[in-house]
Design a protein around this ligand. Structure first.
Ligand SMILES: Cc1cc2nc3c(=O)[nH]c(=O)nc-3n(C[C@H](O)[C@H](O)[C@H](O)COP(=O)(O)OP(=O)(O)OC[C@H]3O[C@@H](n4cnc5c(N)ncnc54)[C@H](O)[C@@H]3O)c2cc1C
Length: 378
């Protein structure tokens, strides 16, 4: 059994742990990241790579504007092609209530300089040729939203951490968190190896509640199952992520380089738990919903389906910052948007941990908030 020391320990090798670990290492800290399986084994490797600033919560919009700017510069930061592409996001409105909620959201988003418009059905069809306009009242359109490759971004950050002298250790599950007085001291893995550091970050995604319990901290993060599929590659015919919020809607995008369509929907009712079994219902329903929106997809074949977890907080916003245990931090509860939040929240968490404050004040995402102000564009 080994004993090792570091300036900071990060638990979890998804996008949040990787990005925070990288920016901590960039601030000069010696970081050890512990991942119980392999990088991207959790939600990050199961997500569809969409990135947007169209939200309704002021802080989320500000964080996402920062994240998008960082995605644009990540190729040179990490020395990797992370496949960033600004194809936009088009949220479709099929009823007056949805249209009203998009118009209200646009008002908030524009305060922060986001280029977003409510456009007519004909304009929607100009952006998405072949779009079925039946019942369509228009859409919320932001051309600066986009897509990137979750594997390339996460592995890019992890390699960057290692270049900076920090360590990524896989097959290492944190089983115990040791606390002395009210301070975190060390973590112990399933092999009995002990890692000492004054800072421990819980970035365990859908499993963050259980990791917090190891430190005696209550963290209200609950996973629910989301399924996805990818189709064969076809000639490019869709630029943006197309989002249909109807209860039988879906969202999908075409990869700008390869031509594969990738998409999911939010099940009604939700399927609680960290389940990764895929369903017959999804593989029957999802293609039907895609073809309803874009009839020309009728002949496109599905290649694969899979499932992963959204890690939901009570209000659909991240939980980031300190906990009642000194030195024990959390960055979890990304509520289905962790990939897009990754760069900015990783950077801001690293600032908070090393300097006590972050350049965008993220205290509204703190653990001891009321969770009363829910995100409407989940
Ligand atoms: C189908 C689907 C589509 C999605 N689409 C999008 C999208 O388009 N855009 C977007 O932004 N987000 C999307 N998401 C959400 C996104 O994937 C997550 O919000 C994000 O990946 C969360 O990252 P994370 O690092 O917090 O968690 P994870 O990626 O789950 O990483 C947590 C890691 O912690 C490890 N771990 C857990 N417990 C321990 C322990 N005790 N010791 C050591 N390691 C441990 C796990 O093995 C895991 O690798 C989607 C999710 C799904 C399922």
């Amino acid at each position: 059994m080994k004993k090792r020391t570091a300036d900071a320990i990060v638990i979890g090798g998804g996008i949040i742990g990787a990005a925070t670990g990288y920016y901590l290492a960039k601030q000069g800290l010696k970081v050890i990241l512990l991942e119980r399986n392999f990088p991207c084994a959790g939600s990050t490797g199961r997500c569809i790579g969409g990135i947007r600033a169209q939200f309704t919560h002021d802080l989320t919009i500000r964080v996402m504007l920062k994240s998008i700017k960082m995605f644009m510069e990540l190729d040179s930061e990490l020395g990797e092609d992370i496949e960033w592409y600004a194809g936009g996001y088009l949220f479709l409105a099929f009823d007056e209530e949805r249209k009203k909620s998009f118009l209200q959201a646009i008002e908030i988003q524009r305060r922060y300089g986001l280029k977003v418009d409510f456009i007519s059905p004909d304009e929607c069809a100009r952006i998405v040729p072949g779009l079925n306009q039946e019942g369509l009242l228009g859409g919320a359109w932001c051309p600066t939203d986009g897509q990137a490759n979750p594997f390339k971004v996460t592995y890019g950050y992890l390699k960057g951490m290692e270049r900076l002298g920090s360590k990524v250790i896989t097959d290492s599950e944190v089983k115990r968190i040791n606390i002395q007085g009210d301070k975190v001291v060390s973590v112990v893995t399933q092999t009995g190896d002990e890692f000492y550091a004054p800072v421990v970050l819980n970035a365990a995604g859908p499993w963050a509640e259980g990791v917090a319990q190891l430190a005696g901290v209550f963290l209200p993060v609950k996973p629910d199952r989301h399924e996805a599929l990818v189709t064969e590659a076809v000639e490019r015919c869709l630029e943006p992520m197309l989002v249909d919020y109807r209860s039988d809607g879906c969202y999908f995008v075409q990869h700008y380089k390869t031509g594969h369509f990738i998409g999911c929907y939010t099940p009604v009712p939700i399927v609680p738990g960290d389940r990764i079994d895929a369903s017959d219902e999804f593989i029957t329903e999802m293609p039907r919903r895609m073809v309803r929106l874009l009839p020309k997809l009728a002949s496109v074949k599905v290649l694969r389906q899979w499932a992963g977890s959204y890690e939901m907080s009570p209000d659909g916003n991240p939980i980031c910052g300190r906990t009642p245990v000194e030195g024990f931090y959390v960055a979890a509860g990304m509520s289905g948007h962790g990939f897009m939040f990754g760069p900015a929240l990783g950077y801001l968490m690293a600032e908070l941990i090393t300097t006590g404050k972050s350049s965008i004040d993220i205290s509204e995402f703190r653990l001891d908030r009321s969770f009363a102000k829910a995100e409407a564009m989940k």
